[in-house]
Design a protein around this ligand. Structure first.
Ligand code: AMP
Ligand code: GLY
Length: 417
């Protein structure tokens, strides 16, 4: 098979690496890919136009396309491929609205009784501020549109909450704000493969969204992840029965066949798991921790999902755990510095490095984005996985690299209780 991976981040490098071990694969392509993906695939220069890529894939005879990021999905890349009779692993534009519109996702959760934070939506700042006075703090204020995880304020005082509302609603172009109940608990991610009917949850994982140790500093795309996150079997069953199943079935009842990966961002509260957000794709960096533990053939699974044949498929997993530590450029997330020379020695046994924002020029490697490298440690348990990742990082030449020193600390604490 000829397989194409769309995207250029650490998640896509992990997808490509996993696809490369499939006996079904004869040829791999990545669009646009990054410097770490060169050794595995032919890289296509691509600037994000979905129709152009679909035309190319048709001409080239690509058998299956795996889409990594949300932007092309929300733009309709799956629709463009399907319209040409091409197989694609990733939801259509309509289905991707579970990520593209918080208002749509909230509506869906309400209609199908999926547990989530209570919320209200406002366009009028006066009404929004009145509501804030009424409900008080702690409270969460969100921008309704796609904001790359950066449109959220968790406010513990009324002034901060009002400021966040003002920032969203007082823009010239207008806006919509979601004000929602503050949920307390541990955060976790459950990804699941689906063909619109059958659902296969992957190992639970945990992201680290804040820039700094101790979950301080600004929100980022994700600074590290561990898998498996120690979720008790009862909770995992509830995630499947109360969240994933009603979501996919609800969409189907409304005429939307969701095919691809569902990402459930969860708060594990005292009352049970509740949804913080849905995404229409693998998490980044969750994929970098989860995929190396998957024993099953990802390409076979993705093909089954694309063809509506996922029922009856089973997942097998490797023993042990994985920990991904993200190395970001100085200045991330506000204004990451690009063009920093990188020196990357060969990784030892039990360590994988997935590239994100990197480029190669005349044989030399340079940073080319915010999140630059993902160092993944694999071990018999989480402690060993973390030790391996952190032991390798000092050997990487990356002046000014920003990374968290406490990835996995919460999961370790949970394991030891
Ligand atoms: P989101 O992009 O909606 O997942 O929000 C980003 C982050 O904000 C989440 O990962 C949580 O850490 C936090 N957050 C969002 N919604 C809530 C909530 N209702 N209660 C507490 N924390 C929240
Ligand atoms: N790691 C968070 C996300 O992929 O949205």
């Amino acid at each position: 098979m000829k397989v194409l991976v769309v995207g250029s981040g650490g998640r896509e490098h992990a997808l490509l690496w996993k696809a490369a071990e499939s006996p079904l694969v004869e040829r791999l392509y990545a669009a646009p890919g990054n410097a770490g993906m060169e050794a595995l695939a032919e890289l296509l220069p691509w600037r994000g136009e979905v129709e152009i890529l679909a035309d190319w894939a048709l001409e080239e005879g690509v058998d299956l396309t795996l889409v990594g990021p949300e932007a092309p999905l929300v733009e309709g890349i799956a629709d463009a491929f399907l319209a040409r009779g091409l197989k694609v692993f990733g939801p259509t534009q309509r289905a991707a609205m579970i990520e593209g519109s918080k208002a749509f996702a909230k509506g869906l959760m309400e209609r199908y009784g999926i547990p989530t934070a209570r919320h209200r939506t406002f366009q009028d700042p006066i009404l929004a501020l009145e509501y804030l006075e009424e409900v008080g703090v702690p409270i969460v204020v969100k921008d309704s549109g796609l904001a790359a995880g950066k449109g959220v304020t968790v406010a513990f005082d009324l002034h901060t909450a009002k400021q966040a509302v003002a920032n969203i609603l007082n823009r010239a172009e207008g806006g919509e704000v979601v004000i929602e109940e503050y949920l307390e608990g541990e955060e976790a991610t459950v990804l699941a493969l689906t063909d619109g009917e059958a659902i296969l949850p992957l190992l639970p994982s945990q992201d680290h969204k804040r820039l700094l140790d101790g979950d301080r500093g600004p929100m980022t795309g994700g600074m590290g992840a561990v898998a498996p996150y120690p979720m008790d079997p009862g909770t995992l069953r509830r995630v499947e029965e109360e969240i994933l199943r009603p979501l996919v079935a609800g969409l189907r009842a409304e005429g939307v066949i969701y095919q691809g990966v569902v990402y459930a961002g969860l708060m594990l509260t005292k009352e049970g798991p509740k949804v913080l957000e849905f995404n229409a794709r693998f998490g980044d960096p969750e994929a970098q921790a989860v995929l190396p533990l998957l024993e099953s053939d990802l390409v076979d699974l993705a093909l089954r999902a694309a063809e509506g044949r996922l029922a009856g498929a089973r997942l097998s997993w490797k023993e042990g755990a994985a920990a991904c530590v993200v190395l970001a450029a100085p200045g991330y997330p506000e204004s990451p510095r690009k063009g920093i020379p990188l020196h990357l020695p060969e990784s030892p046994e039990g360590v994988l490095v997935f590239h994100a924002g990197t480029r190669r020029e005349e044989g030399h490697l340079y940073s080319a984005g915010g999140r630059v490298l993902n160092v993944v440690g694999l071990g018999k348990d989480l402690r060993e996985a973390l030790e391996r990742a952190y032991a390798f990082i000092p050997r990487i030449g990356f002046p000014g690299a920003v990374y968290r020193k406490d990835i996995g600390r919460r999961a370790l604490a949970r394991l030891s209780t």
